[in-house]
Design a protein. Structure first.
Length: 339
């Protein structure tokens, strides 16, 4: 059993804490907001983000990063926009024998870097592992069977995370394609926002199926251009995460998209739902695709809707009226998948 510190007391951090505590690990959850921790202890649950999931009193709660000392694993459950600042503050307490695990799914605004790259820059002394895949906090916290991927440049670190965190309700597969796994987790939020918009507009299953299928194509195009393996996007970190995020009401990205499709302004929809990683990721991914010369038509149209005021029906019309082509016309990455 391991000593595990989870940085972040949001839904996924708490869900992991409860599930891992149930399977014998010693868990401490950190938040910079003492009031949030006080409310959790008082109510016995994270009322706002994970209602109904009981948090045992044995799980430690701390507002001091000193709690990291003596940990075997340090898990980041931090929104992408705050990963660098928290990592910088946490780094002095993290030693080379600890393994750092990132569970966030996004890209850093400005630098356009993967969150694993951000963590490597701020915590160079420790191995970095990405834990990603179809894993809603609402189900992880209730120990509903879940399968995810542990990806790292360090095979030993990925294997340690797999061996240490796997249990009867949480199955972990290893993967050495950290770029592909992380991009799959980040970019599927963009497609999930679009899926929600289609739901809000009242469109049907045909539309969503087309959106998801073409969405994974453009995610893979950017991924392969950045050095990922195409096969990764047919796995848990790719199509698996895309399916769960586009189809579930647990998904904040889908819920925000529904509001936008119903006529709510994008910025207001984000405020109503809370953390919507796809909103911020779309801005970064659009710029990244332009910089790398990668065609991402769904991402492009969502960017125009979110940040330039385009009408959602016009955006869909532009996607549907693009020049006709063979389905596998540009799919060099499909050849890579078959090799």
């Amino acid at each position: 059993m391991a000593n595990i510190t989870i940085l972040g007391s949001g839904g996924f951090g708490i869900g992991l804490a409860v599930m891992l505590h149930k399977h014998g690990h010693h868990i401490t959850v950190w938040s910079k907001f003492q009031k949030e921790l006080d409310d959790i202890r008082k109510n016995g649950e994270q009322v706002q983000k994970l209602p109904g999931v009981v948090i045992p009193p044995e799980i430690g709660l701390s507002a001091s990063l000193e709690c990291i000392r003596g940990s075997d694993l340090v898990l980041f459950g931090i929104p992408s926009s705050f990963v660098r600042s928290v990592a910088r503050e946490a780094s002095p307490y993290i030693t080379s024998d600890m393994v750092v695990v990132n569970t966030g799914k996004g890209l850093e605004e400005g630098s356009m870097k993967l969150l694993s790259e951000v963590l490597t820059e701020e915590i160079p002394q420790a191995a970095i592992v990405v834990l990603t895949g179809p894993s809603h906090a609402e189900e992880v916290g209730r120990c509903i069977s879940t399968a995810v991927v542990a990806a790292s440049k360090s095979a030993a670190a990925a294997a340690y995370v797999q061996e240490t965190l796997s249990n009867q309700c949480f199955r972990i597969y290893e993967n050495d394609d950290i770029v592909g796994c992380e991009l799959g987790g980040a970019l599927k939020n963009i497609i999930a926002l679009c899926a929600g918009i289609c739901d809000g507009l009242g469109y049907g299953d045909n539309t969503k199926a087309a959106l998801m299928t073409r969405g994974i194509h453009e995610i893979a195009r950017l991924g392969v251009a950045m050095g990922a393996r195409a096969a990764t996007f047919s796995g848990l970190a790719g199509i698996g995460d895309l399916i769960v995020t586009c189809t579930s009401m647990h998904s904040r990205n889908r819920r925000a998209g529904i509001l936008i499709g119903e006529g709510v302004k994008p910025e207001d929809a984000v405020k109503q739902v809370g953390t919507v990683e796809g909103y911020f990721c779309c801005h970064v991914a659009y710029k990244l695709a332009q910089q790398m010369g990668v065609d991402m038509p769904i991402t492009e149209q969502l960017y125009h809707v979110l940040f330039e005021g385009s009408d959602v029906r016009d955006a869909l019309g532009k996607l549907m009226s693009r020049p006709s082509r063979h389905e596998n016309e540009e799919c060099s990455y499909l050849r890579d998948m078959m090799n």
